[in-house]
Design a protein around this ligand. Structure first.
Ligand SMILES: N[C@@H](CCC(=O)N[C@@H](CS)C(=O)NCC(=O)O)C(=O)O
Length: 209
């Protein structure tokens, strides 16, 4: 049985959705970030960065980094069909978009929500946040262009875990309606993904539906 160290509305959503898609048994270990439970020594022993999520596999491997966990789960559950296999030309595209989302879109969210962490001078926070907001808009537009060409998914007709990652990040946008107005193809991808029972259950468990 997998153990997912989790908090609602965090980067644990994508791994949780993949576990649901795969029908893999898992136990949630809910962490209260407000109580700094992710900074306790027993959690830091698993995830030294003190961030959520962490996955402990059924054979005892400890995995961190939501995108890495995403790939590992997809490969451990190939029947779920969420990642193109070795030798499939769509695999490069899968990694391109998953890494773009985690390195570029997710990165800007961090500056947007935690601007104080990006300078030693608290007075810089408003400018850091302002810049992050414009970066987020520009970076989502690149996703939008991809989904318009022709979509509806990042791998065109094929739903994959990259779309699950997209859904997770879309839930973080300050105004979901605002994101979908700016990026209607992102809205279409989100709506299609949310029709999947596993995604629906996960979004509900995270208070996102
Ligand atoms: N790159 C990491 C980032 C994880 C991350 O930043 N998690 C946030 C929640 S979404 C967290 O644990 N925040 C608590 C904190 O920063 O103190 C991943 O994708 O797993």
């Amino acid at each position: 049985m997998y153990k997912l160290y989790w908090a609602a509305g965090t980067a644990a959503l994508a791994p949780q959705a993949i576990l649901e898609e795969a029908g893999a048994p898992y136990e949630i270990v809910a962490l209260d970030l407000g109580k700094q439970e992710h900074r306790r020594p027993e959690y830091l022993a698993l995830n030294p960065a003190g961030l959520v999520p962490t996955l402990v596999t059924d054979d005892g491997q400890v995995l961190t980094e939501s995108a890495a966990i995403t790939v590992a789960l997809c490969e451990r559950h190939p029947d779920a069909g969420l990642i193109p296999g070795a030798g499939d030309p769509a695999r490069c595209s899968f990694f391109r978009w998953l890494f773009y989302l985690t390195n570029t879109v997710q990165e800007a969210f961090k500056r947007f929500y935690f601007p104080g962490r990006f300078s030693t001078d608290p007075a810089d926070a408003p400018r850091i946040k302002e810049r992050a907001a414009s970066d987020l808009a520009a970076r989502w537009r690149i996703v939008e262009d991809r989904l318009a060409d022709p979509g509806p998914y990042l791998l065109v007709e094929r739903f994959s875990a990259a779309d699950i990652f997209l859904v997770m990040l879309a839930t973080w946008f300050e105004s979901r309606a605002g994101l979908f107005e700016m990026c209607p193809k992102v809205g279409r991808c989100f709506a299609l993904a949310a029709e999947r029972p596993a995604l629906r259950r996960t979004l509900e468990a995270n208070g996102e539906l």
